[in-house]
Design a protein around this ligand. Structure first.
Ligand code: CTP
Length: 415
């Protein structure tokens, strides 16, 4: 159980904070809601009080006997502000303490997460961009707003993500043993997909692939050992393979669509995203509601439609400082060696790193050793590794840690 301060500011999305509050209390956390005065024009204090079972104050003068304006921040394990308006970002950036929420933010030494929500113009204004960038430099975690319908007629970036997505992004900060382990990825939020997706043909059959998930699991294990907070998004991975994983949050998914949703939810807060899962490129255009019957000599035609390219979506929305890694399992053909296919893919996909392995009878799938070449977005060799999947996983994570170091020391805008 963690002590959570939930700050709520006066955006139209304040109503979503009620669901977030429920998710936090249902998970057993002790939540103190600290709304701003404007937030109380959107949601009433009794709602927050009843759902949190804690008093709700807005001003530093509300409970002077207990010096609440310092105590809340000092004793919190996590402070999250959702929604965070442009005004709150500006006040937090300049260190104001003119209400209980900003005073709490000034005292807090625990992780602080902001989920900004505002009109697109406000979000894109240089003042807000600068406030976000300064807050990030100070270690505040920012959950990127979604793009979508906003208050009024406009649409665009600035929409508060759904409470479930915010809750998922808070999870790494809510673990009882959340104290990051020392290591090159200390405290980094690391999300890796593993396994292979399954696309339903009918209630009993699916289109799948031979990926076991072992390489992705080895990467998750190596990242946890390097000090990262790791989430493994596991697509149809055998329970036995997951059983030995320690210190890793596991989310099970099955289809490409579910995997895409899970990765996009994490993309707002992850420092590293690794797409090691084998994603179906095509799925049945319409899964049969009933078990398909044999069709005799006529045969059967299954119409397939393309699935979304999840990696491409992550790259297109990459946040500054985020490191994205793809995989490419290739075979050579008469004209082109496997590695040349991988170099072309690296240039096409524009992930920071692409981990290439040649699929053959002796390397690639299952419990066999692996050999990889890590390429950059130009298709140039960065390094190579061979051995067990754990050895390869450790080498891949070492390369990611190096890349994270370069990215975090690069000036804004060069990534
Ligand atoms: N990938 C993805 N979404 C898809 C397909 C692939 O995110 N629908 C990711 C994989 O997880 C992997 C990378 O993209 O990290 C390369 O996968 P691969 O299947 O080799 O790439 P494709 O784009 O499908 O290329 P190809 O034309 O060779 O099938």
């Amino acid at each position: 159980m963690a002590r959570v301060v939930l700050g709520v500011t006066g955006g139209i999305a304040a109503f979503k904070s009620v669901t977030l509050l429920r998710l936090l209390t249902k998970a057993g956390h002790d939540v103190r809601v600290v709304p701003t005065q404007s937030a109380l024009r959107m949601v009433g204090a009794p709602t927050f009080q009843a759902l949190s079972r804690n008093p709700v104050h807005t001003s530093v003068f509300d409970d002077v006997t207990t010096a609440e304006h310092v105590r809340l921040g000092q004793t919190a394990d996590l402070v999250v502000v959702a929604p965070a308006t442009a005004d709150l970002l500006a006040r937090a950036r300049s260190g104001r303490a003119d209400d209980l929420l900003t005073a709490t933010l000034l005292v807090a030494t625990c992780p602080v997460v902001f989920a900004p929500a505002m009109h697109t113009e406000m979000w894109q204004h240089p003042a807000t961009r600068e406030n976000v960038s300064v807050l990030r430099e100070r270690g505040v975690h920012i959950i990127e707003p979604d793009s979508g319908a906003l208050a009024g007629d406009d649409t665009g970036p600035g929409r508060l993500p759904e409470p479930e997505a915010i809750f998922a992004a808070l999870k790494p900060h809510l673990n009882a043993d959340a104290e990051p382990r020392p290591g090159p990825l200390r405290g980094a939020q690391f999300v890796v997909s593993a396994g292979g997706t399954r696309e339903a043909i009918d209630p009993v059959r699916f289109l799948g692939n031979r990926s076991s998930g072992r390489q992705g699991i080895a990467i998750a294990r190596a990242a946890a050992a390097a000090g990262a907070h790791v989430t493994l998004v596991a697509a149809n991975v055998e329970d036995a393979l997951l059983a030995g994983l320690r210190g890793v949050d596991i989310e099970n998914v099955s289809t490409a669509a579910e995997l895409e949703t899970a990765m996009n939810v994490h993309a707002g807060s992850a420092d590293v995203l690794v797409m090691a899962a084998a994603v179906a490129d095509y799925r049945p255009a319409a899964a049969g509601e009933h078990k398909l019957k044999k069709n005799g000599d006529e045969g059967m035609v299954l119409r397939l439609e393309q699935t979304p390219d999840i990696l491409a979506g992550l790259v297109a929305n990459r946040r500054s400082g985020q490191v994205i890694v793809g995989f490419a399992a290739e075979t050579g053909d008469e004209q082109t060696a496997a590695i040349e296919h991988a170099r072309a893919k690296a240039r096409r996909k524009q992930a920071d790193l692409l981990v290439f392995n040649e699929v053959s009878a002796t390397a690639g799938f299952g419990a066999v050793p692996n050999a990889v070449v890590i390429l950059d977005s130009d298709g140039t060799d960065v390094s190579a590794a061979a051995g067990t999947k754990d050895e390869v996983g450790t080498a891949v994570v070492a390369e990611i840690a190096r890349r994270c170091g370069e990215v975090s020391s690069a000036p804004e805008g060069t990534h």
